[in-house]
Design a protein around this ligand. Structure first.
Ligand code: KIV
Length: 290
């Protein structure tokens, strides 16, 4: 698939993709789970930049502009300090760098919890400024009225239950959830409430496997697992984690590569060539013509 973008002028219908109507849509993602069965699991990864989006796009169904960019890009201690400006800027970059996947943007902490109206204003701003198709917000039954409010006003919503990192100060850490019966029941009922409110998919993060399976069986929309179960309707990982950009990753992350090692080796070679004055060589140096 080419990553060269051209403006389509063959139709008056505004469409931000170089192949009109080829971008996956939220209803198509939702329809991947029919009568409780998802034949073709959903593939989602986080993306924060245009170039990263270009590289991931053809392989994914959804790109998530996660508020994990707080830690991954900005070196923040948690997702709590992430701002609307950060989400809007990175969201727009990811939409510019993709034309196949549905782009979903995380609503940052403090931008949606106060009221349904606050949530709509924030979501509308993110969709307008980025061209993304949907937002994601954290929380269960308490957020269901907000999900319904947004969904019925043109904003598709992805839910997020289980370990919800924006609630780290309430949860007291990032440990897996659902180990007690009460916690497990709450996660399942939270997911059901979001499903009934019209969430088109639900991220299930950091829960013991039987709970991930129970949630997946209990809801009609697709579940997307992270630290959950292979039996979820799809999976998501933080791209920089699975590529090996960080030394330490949570247990549920599979590191498919060690990109940090490749970068360090490459940079060490560059530094030693600069110090030895062997870079730039003849091939990288301009000489006068003639
Ligand atoms: O912010 C994020 O990257 C997320 C995923 C881990 C699901 O919410």
């Amino acid at each position: 698939m080419s990553t060269t973008f051209q403006l389509d002028t063959s139709t008056s219908r505004a469409n931000p993709t170089p192949q009109p109507m080829k971008r996956l849509t939220v209803p198509r993602i939702r329809a991947r789970k029919t009568d409780g069965v998802t034949e073709d699991p959903l593939v989602m990864l986080t993306a924060y930049t245009a170039r990263q989006a270009q590289l991931l796009d053809a392989h994914c169904d959804l790109l998530l502009v996660g508020d994990s960019l707080g830690q991954v890009i900005y070196g923040l201690p948690s997702t709590i300090p992430v701002t609307m400006e950060m989400m809007a800027n990175h969201g727009a970059a990811v939409v510019r760098g993709s034309y196949h996947s549905v782009v979903v943007i995380d609503m940052p902490f403090g931008s949606y919890e106060a009221s349904r109206e606050q949530a709509f204003d924030s979501a509308a701003r993110l969709l307008k400024e980025t061209g993304a198709a949907a937002v994601k917000l954290e929380g269960g039954a308490a957020m269901a009225p907000t999900v319904e409010f947004l969904n019925t006003r043109g904003v598709p919503v992805m839910g997020h239950v289980g370990l919800t990192p924006q609630a780290v100060n309430v949860l007291g850490g990032y440990a897996a959830r659902g180990r007690s019966d009460a916690e497990a029941d709450k996660i399942v009922s939270d997911a059901k409430a979001l499903d009934e409110a019209g969430a088109f998919a639900i991220v299930v993060e950091g829960v013991v496997e039987p709970i991930a399976i129970a949630v997946t069986e209990a809801v009609s929309c697709p579940t997307i697992g992270i630290g959950a179960s292979a039996k979820c309707d799809g999976q998501v990982l933080v791209t920089d984690d699975m590529l090996g950009m960080f030394e330490r990753v949570p247990r549920f992350v599979k590191r498919y590569e060690n990109i940090a090692e490749i970068i360090e080796k490459t940079v060490a070679t560059y530094a030693s060539e600069v110090r030895a004055r062997s870079f730039p060589g003849e091939e990288q140096t301009y000489q006068p013509k003639g």
